[in-house]
Design a protein around this ligand. Structure first.
Ligand code: ADP
Length: 248
């Protein structure tokens, strides 16, 4: 896909809960093939923003567009997922008793159904895709192990792999490195950078070492609004950003 083209567009988005503006005139533009890191103190509105993009929460006002002219505010969660927006929540939700490979097979099958997927011969293209995904998420050597045997970090990678099986154009990832070892955190930055070569990725993250390792443009939210945006060095040196982090 051409770089510089807008994939995700939020403009003037507002969402209140009982009169409290969790999202307040929020604007965000993510290009095709861009990875963006979203930071901001607790309560800044990061989760609500992700909920609005994925159709879990409907905004009170504002525009949310995907891939040109698709108005996401007119679609529900299932429709938005099927349009190519995948979301990874903080807690991995893999099928523990299934092998790593079968978790990917199940994710790949989607609407085809579990029985036909697990008990019928796999097509060659499906097998190839699974091999590629296993490589991407660093789990080729673990493919025949039950997911229960994976470390916490590897389960996070498996879940990213399960999202990749659905071939999303935009991947939303919520605090992927929480609870990971330093080595896993470093590997996750590499892995996401590789994924972002062919897809757009939005990562919500608290771990600043990890955000630095991502090396991408950062958006800092505060009180449901963009406080600062740019390279991490610039954003983290912004007096307003320092103030909201110190003032916690
Ligand atoms: P973050 O993810 O950045 O920590 P959230 O989006 O979770 O921030 O929350 C933003 C603000 O909106 C917080 O003050 C939170 O308490 C409030 N909020 C979020 N969801 C709801 C809800 N369903 N009902 C009431 N208040 C909510």
């Amino acid at each position: 896909p051409p770089r510089g083209e807008t994939l995700l567009y939020l403009n003037g988005v507002t969402k209140s809960f009982d009169g409290f503006k969790a999202i307040n005139d929020l604007s965000l533009v993510v290009a095709r093939g861009e990875m963006r890191a979203i930071i901001g103190p607790n309560g800044a509105g990061k989760t609500t923003m992700m909920d609005i993009i994925t159709g879990k929460t409907r905004p009170d006002a504002g525009e949310v567009y995907f891939a040109g002219n698709t108005d996401l505010t007119r679609h529900d969660e299932a429709e938005i997922a099927s349009m190519g927006i995948g979301r990874k929540f903080q807690k991995p939700t893999v099928f523990e008793s299934h092998t790593v490979e079968d978790n990917l097979v199940l994710a790949l099958s989607g609407q085809r159904g579990i029985f036909s997927t697990l008990f019928h011969k796999r097509s060659e293209s499906d097998s190839k895709r699974i091999d590629t995904i296993l490589e991407t998420v660093r789990l080729t050597a673990k493919r025949h192990l039950p997911a229960a045997d994976l470390s916490h970090g590897q389960k996070q990678w498996l879940e990213i792999g399960m999202l990749l099986a659905q071939d999303p154009e935009l991947l939303l990832v919520d605090e992927p490195v929480a609870g990971m070892t330093d080595a896993e955190t470093e590997e996750t930055a590499k892995l996401l950078r590789e994924i972002a070569e062919t897809r757009s990725v939005v990562v919500v993250e608290h771990d600043m070492h990890f955000v630095r390792a991502l090396g991408v443009k950062v958006t800092c939210l505060h009180e449901g609004h963009v406080l600062a945006e740019g390279p991490l060095d610039q954003v983290s040196a912004d007096p307003r950003v320092i103030e909201v982090y110190l003032g916690r």
